[in-house]
Design a protein around this ligand. Sequence first.
Ligand SMILES: *[C@@H]1O[C@H](CO)[C@@H](O)[C@H](O)[C@H]1NC(C)=O
Ligand SMILES: *[C@@H]1O[C@H](CO)[C@@H](O)[C@H](O)[C@H]1NC(C)=O
Ligand SMILES: *[C@@H]1O[C@H](CO)[C@@H](O)[C@H](O)[C@H]1NC(C)=O
Ligand SMILES: *[C@@H]1O[C@H](CO)[C@@H](O)[C@H](O)[C@H]1NC(C)=O
Ligand SMILES: *[C@@H]1O[C@H](CO)[C@@H](O)[C@H](O)[C@H]1NC(C)=O
Ligand SMILES: *[C@@H]1O[C@H](CO)[C@@H](O)[C@H](O)[C@H]1NC(C)=O
Ligand SMILES: *[C@@H]1O[C@H](CO)[C@@H](O)[C@H](O)[C@H]1NC(C)=O
Ligand SMILES: *[C@@H]1O[C@H](CO)[C@@H](O)[C@H](O)[C@H]1NC(C)=O
Length: 886
Amino acid sequence: MILILMFVFWCVCNARGFEKETYNIGGIFSDETQKLAFQIATYRANNKYPLSEFKLVPITFQISPFDTLQMYKVTCDLLQMGIVGLFGPSSTYSSPYIQSVCDAKEIPHIEMHVDFHIKRNDTLVNIHPHPQVLSRLYKDLIRTYDWKRAIVLYEDEDSLMSVGPLLEYHNQIGRKIILKQLETTDTGNYRSLLTEVKSLGETNFVLACSIDSLEDILKQLQQIGMMTETYSYIITNLDTQTVDLTPFQYAGTNITAIRMLNPELTEVMEIADNLQRLRKETSSNVPILLQAWRTKLETALIFDAVELFYDTLYNLTVGKKKVIAAVPVECAGDSTWNEGYSIINLMKSKIVDGLSGNVQFDVEGLRTNFMVDILELSLGGLMKIGEWNSTMRSFKFQRPQKPQKIKEHNVFNTTFTVLISINPPYQMLTETTAQLVGNDRYEGFGIDVIQELSKLLGFNYTFVEQEDGSYGVLNKTTGIWDGMMGEIIAGRADLAITDLTITSERESAVDFSEPFMNLGISILYRKPEPVPPSLFMFVSPFSFTVWLLLGVSYLIVSIAIFIMGRLSPSEWQNPYPCVEEPQYLINQFSFRNSFWFILGALMQQGSELAPISISTRTVSGFWWFFVLTMVSSYTANLAAFLTVTTLVTPFNDIDELAEQKEIKFGAKNKGATANYFRDSNLTKYKKIWSYMVHNPDLMLDDNEAGVKKVETENYAFLMESTTIEYVTERHCALAQVGGLLDDKGYGIAMKKFSPYRNEISTAILQLQEKGVLTERKIKWWKEKRGGGKCSAKKENSEATALDLQNVGGVFLVLFVGSILGVLGSLAEFSCYIYRRSKKEKISFKEEFQKEMRFIINFKQNVKEVNTLPNESSSDKNLLDVTKYNY
Ligand SMILES: *[C@@H]1O[C@H](CO)[C@@H](O)[C@H](O)[C@H]1NC(C)=O
Ligand SMILES: *[C@@H]1O[C@H](CO)[C@@H](O)[C@H](O)[C@H]1NC(C)=O
Ligand SMILES: *[C@@H]1O[C@H](CO)[C@@H](O)[C@H](O)[C@H]1NC(C)=O
Ligand SMILES: *[C@@H]1O[C@H](CO)[C@@H](O)[C@H](O)[C@H]1NC(C)=O
Ligand SMILES: *[C@@H]1O[C@H](CO)[C@@H](O)[C@H](O)[C@H]1NC(C)=O
Ligand SMILES: *[C@@H]1O[C@H](CO)[C@@H](O)[C@H](O)[C@H]1NC(C)=O
Ligand SMILES: *[C@@H]1O[C@H](CO)[C@@H](O)[C@H](O)[C@H]1NC(C)=O
Ligand SMILES: *[C@@H]1O[C@H](CO)[C@@H](O)[C@H](O)[C@H]1NC(C)=O
């Protein structure tokens, strides 16, 4: 037992001899960032002086700002451990309780938050400027801006403390200052008050509110229409720069803000980086982005406070001037720590240069002799326009000379790393046998765009290829992008160009230029095929109804001619004009002749019949006129029908494609096109998506497979219109069907808040207006790498000779007609033979042979009239009549 004790003693002695002395400092915070900041601050301070003989050990607690009891307990625990200083808590509510403990025990207490108490306790050092000191700044601003009238909007009593002193100006040299409390309803709605304020007609405002409600208030001011050029605001919160004011910077509202922390300092950036990293390591939940400009003043003051404290201890202990020993102090007892006051007094007299500028205290322990930056909201965000020296209460304004102009020259002479992915025709490897290096290795549309931009803007560039070609997906659990997006976000590349679609998800992580190409989803399918001409194409010039009416007209007119012929006396003609007084008259318009006459006219052939009476001539005239018109129309239309080949597509747009069952369709698996249907709320697209989900075999892995499938199968492929254009220039059997389903663009990606964005966007618009982009597109789509293959073919579609297919039907009609005629003549002949055989009382066969013998004797052209017994008795005249009347 004694041995162990001795060992421990020896150890402690040794440690004292070799290692630095350690002092515990307590930290009570209510949020994790501050706790981490305190630890980093201690680490920084410990490493500041290599020769120092001690180091600080932070003991931190994270406690809700309203849990005073817990805080009290923790404070007592800390005191019992023996601490040399206590930092925090950052709460106006519970800090006084802790303060009273520290005061009683004479422990240095350092605060970083706004403290409104005018009289400070002796053991307290508050490193935050007192609101009353700051109120002088607002007064000075109002005086410098020469505001005669202003409305001061304050949120609560705390903010009233800082702006209340402005009332002193009321009625001074004709000034009028009105104080109004921003009363909120339960839902954080200030609109009724703001509307009332607006009706007062004032245009100058001082806005004092907490940082959490600032954005809300500004938004509501904007909604009410108080964010216009006529209004001016002074925002008193020192953390205003941590709020994203981009939505308000375009309206031209004159917004003045103040800050003590310059986020552009490298130290601040480093600290923000460290905080961000530590936060990620300690907490597994969603990472918060903690950029330098988001760093709150209070966090920065923790660093200043620790540094001040360390420096003080260092000055006290250096060269063993004084030996400070931490002693445990009981909360309940009377004991105090007698070194406390010497630390505090030295602290209050020290001057250090911290993140928030000059840290110095006056006799009352209030921060003094510090600088406040005056900011103004402009198109480039909050810009520093001046400074205010709290000692002299003097402004030094120094507006940046046309900040926009300075930015314009950013791009000039800089060298960008441009990330690309190999993807024809945007970026391709140059086809050549020569060994190429550098940028020459690549060619394509995207390469040309960058080249044109560099010519226009004067920048230099180096292409870097994304090895895996991945554009980048967001890992929803970690919030980290991979692929090209990840490279841009990490800053390993300045620009990324490829067929990268601008989406809201991507836009939230990077900035995009104006789109250099616009496109949409469309359908790739085989080219429409000409319909094979039908055999009876010659009927197509007239519709069925016209053909029917033509037939009916033919019948009616024929019958009309027949009836009129019988009615009109002049049609009854003397058959033998030489006989002056004929015994009978005959009529040429017999039933058969009427039809023959009208048919002859219809065929434009005429017959030897000629109408004589007025009525028949009238009808004939009109019939001929009718025929003339009909035949001309027929001829004209027929020509058109024979030469024009009609094209048919089985569907004309996506709706028709979705309706039918025969043609299968799909898209690239997991591509943007498929996602478009997945995310769409339209019923018809939802239907298409469910079709795609149920037919995974129709979802292909890449576009090439899709093109192949369209060529070989009855399949339609949904893809982006630019790719379709590229494919149809090279696969002549394919075409785009229907219009674009959506509207999107490809943009150049760059880091968020990139200063080059405006310039590059403007340059892209210029290239578009000058037609350079169109020209480049034609080059890569239609000229290079097998483009333009299909346009050459189109030439020979002029007048082509008519094929048998076109006129076959006419031949068929002729053939059938001739056969019918031959059959008719055979029937006539048989009938004649039959009758003669009956009359001559010989067999049909004999008579047939007799007649055939005569017919086959081709030399003989004169036929005897071998009258039948009956016939011979009849009158020769009658025979003539029968000839007409048969
Ligand atoms: C210290 O603060 C406490 C509470 O805030 C107060 O009661 C006390 O009077 C103060 N002491 C001095 C010396 O100001
Ligand atoms: C904003 O208003 C102040 C005074 O009202 C004026 O001095 C300042 O020039 C204004 N700023 C701009 C950008 O108009
Ligand atoms: C405190 O230490 C700093 C740094 O070594 C030194 O510059 C300064 O003079 C010291 N002040 C006092 C009062 O000893
Ligand atoms: C404020 O102005 C005074 C007088 O010019 C100067 O001594 C002091 O250093 C200035 N304060 C700061 C923080 O620069
Ligand atoms: C551009 O850069 C080159 C080389 O770095 C330099 O010589 C030239 O002066 C620069 N030009 C401008 C206008 O900055
Ligand atoms: C651009 O970069 C290339 C290669 O680094 C260099 O040869 C060229 O001079 C640069 N041009 C300009 C204008 O800086
Ligand atoms: C996201 O990242 C985590 C951690 O790296 C990994 O386990 C997970 O598989 C990733 N999720 C996706 C969808 O890639
Ligand atoms: C689509 O519907 C979902 C769920 O009903 C909704 O959250 C989403 O906002 C809708 N999207 C659009 C573009 O209307």
